[in-house]
Design a protein around this ligand. Structure first.
Ligand code: BES
Ligand code: MN
Ligand code: ZN
Length: 496
């Protein structure tokens, strides 16, 4: 659900109903406007009883607080008020939304002792609330009752702060980013019977509403472009593939675009090299890379970023049927390089091979960053806490890593090298699509690298982070939207 919360900003005033959220810095310090919401002074004792000291994103609550008209008072700690980072404010916002429980009317009193939160911080707090409020429940028809801990279907949030106009302005940007993250989560969570390649392409097309240009290539057009690697994957499905190109031209006409490329396997059965049944349902999320690309393009267009950006996604379904490709088949990619398909389950790299080549060829971008739920091996290496980063360009890798640190979408750089590259040589073709168990994520990356020439490029293996990552203050959803805030930040910091 994308429109659960509406957020408004206002001056400080005594709240009259619903849930009221206050902030406290470490040591339990409240601002004057916050203190006014506790006329009978019930909080001091509550802090003591709950041993609440104001640590970041910790909270306490008081029901029906004496001397007020509202139902619930929650206090969220901000830690050391002067040193809260951007992601700290997101977490505070997430905790605030949780603290409001099922109220449909929520007032946040963004006031602290000493200097209150800046407009930017207030906007990030509200962004944290939006991200936390998301839940994928559109298919729950019978069990939607609002438990105490579930946000109401419609929540009206009023954030009281020192400069509501400035907060509103900063929030416009935060809202654009939230829209991108939530769109990516929705796409990942949606089951594959509903979201096939054609339907996914239609979702990408909707970005035209934000002023982006969107072109959808059909199978026929991809055949003409000789995308034999991508088409080989698609041929086992009755649902035809699509390739979507999203262009956002917010920069100067002469500026080379930045490019984001995404793996969009709407469902990955493994093909003829079929996967085991256990957990296969998770493969509805094998388009997490493409979802992040659509999400970041949404964010850039919605906030009118001053950059020229390309989002390119390859949408296919990897199925076993009478027309599916076989192990041993040799396909010719758009680049002309031939590939022996050893394992039809190593399909993501086949899709990306043609996408990367085409993107580079057609748009000559400043850089290409591709995102893909590419290998199970990256989870063995990094778990759910970092995405794997592979790059031919140290400066780009550095920028991505630091963007990920500031948005807490962490990346860990992995090696590339000639020794690994050799492992994908094939005796029957130019290369093979699988080199076996060892260094599985690296050999996958080496494969992609053969399709990028000299262009600065990075590959983010998001198999462990795009879906099924642990619940956090700002995400309770299986599909996480990983990468959207990170790439938006990369662009904001270096390319506009
Ligand atoms: N989509 C999978 C990778 C994956 C696994 C993503 C689990 C998310 C969760 C990918 O297409 C795949 O099947 N990779 C194989 C490659 C192997 C056959 C070389 C893998 O990781 O086992
Ligand atoms: Mn696969
Ligand atoms: Zn896959």
């Amino acid at each position: 659900m994308t429109d659960r919360l509406t957020v408004a900003f206002a001056k400080f005033a005594m709240p009259k109903k619903g849930s009221v959220i206050l902030l406290a810095s470490e040591g339990g310090g409240l601002g004057a406007h916050a203190k006014a919401c506790d006329p009978d002074g019930v909080l001091a004792r509550a802090f003591e009883v709950a041993r609440f000291s104001g640590k970041l994103a910790k909270s306490i609550e008081v029901l029906a607080p004496a001397g007020t008209e509202f139902d619930r008072l929650a206090v969220i700690g901000v830690g050391n008020a002067g040193a809260v980072e951007e992601t700290g404010w997101l977490k505070i916002g997430g905790a605030a939304l949780a603290g409001a429980k099922s109220a449909s009317d929520v007032t946040v009193v963004a006031d602290l002792d000493g200097a209150g939160p800046a407009a930017e911080d207030v906007a990030n707090l509200a962004l944290g609330m939006l991200l936390r409020a998301y839940s994928f429940d559109k298919y729950k028809t019978t069990s939607r009752e609002n438990g105490e801990d579930k946000p109401a279907d419609k929540v009206k949030v009023t954030v009281q702060c020192a400069d509501p106009a400035a907060a509103k302005k900063a929030f416009a940007r935060a809202e654009a980013i939230a829209g991108g993250v939530i769109l990516a989560r929705d796409l990942v969570n949606e089951p594959a019977n509903v979201l096939g390649p054609v339907e996914f392409a239609a979702k990408a097309k909707e970005l035209e509403k934000l002023g982006a240009k969107v072109e959808i290539l059909t199978e026929k057009e991809m055949k003409k472009l000789k995308m034999g690697a991508l088409l080989g994957v698609a041929q086992g499905s009755v649902r035809p593939p699509r390739l979507a190109i999203i262009e956002w031209n917010g920069g100067k006409a002469k500026d080379k675009p930045v490019a984001f490329v995404g793996k969009g396997v709407v469902f990955d059965t493994g093909g003829i090299s079929i996967k085991p049944a256990g957990g296969m349902e998770d493969m509805k999320g094998d388009m997490g890379g493409a979802a992040a690309v659509v999400g970041v393009m949404h964010a850039l267009a919605a906030r009118k970023a001053k950059v020229n950006a390309i989002g390119m996604i390859g949408l296919v379904e990897n199925m076993p049927d009478g027309n599916a490709q076989r192990p041993g088949d040799i396909v010719t990619s758009m680049s002309g390089q031939t590939i022996e398909v050893i394992n039809t389950d190593a399909e993501g790299r086949l899709v990306l091979a043609d996408l990367l080549w085409y993107c580079n060829d057609r748009f000559a971008p400043q850089f290409m960053v591709n995102l893909a739920t590419l290998t199970g091996a990256i989870m063995v290496a990094l778990g759910h806490h970092h995405a794997g980063l592979f790059s031919n360009d140290d400066a780009l890798a550095e920028r991505l890593t630091s963007a990920g640190l500031s948005t807490e979408e962490k990346l860990w750089r992995m090696p590339l090298g000639a020794e690994y590259d050799k492992l994908i040589d094939s005796k029957n073709a130019d290369m093979k699509n699988s080199a076996g168990r060892l260094a599985g994520s690296i050999t996958a990356a080496q494969f992609l690298k053969r399709f990028v020439k000299e262009t600065p490029w990075a590959h983010l293996d998001v198999a462990g982070t795009a879906m099924g990552s642990p619940a956090s203050e700002i995400n309770r959803s299986w599909g996480s939207g990983f990468g959207v805030r990170l790439l938006d930040r990369l662009v904001a910091d270096h390319y506009e």
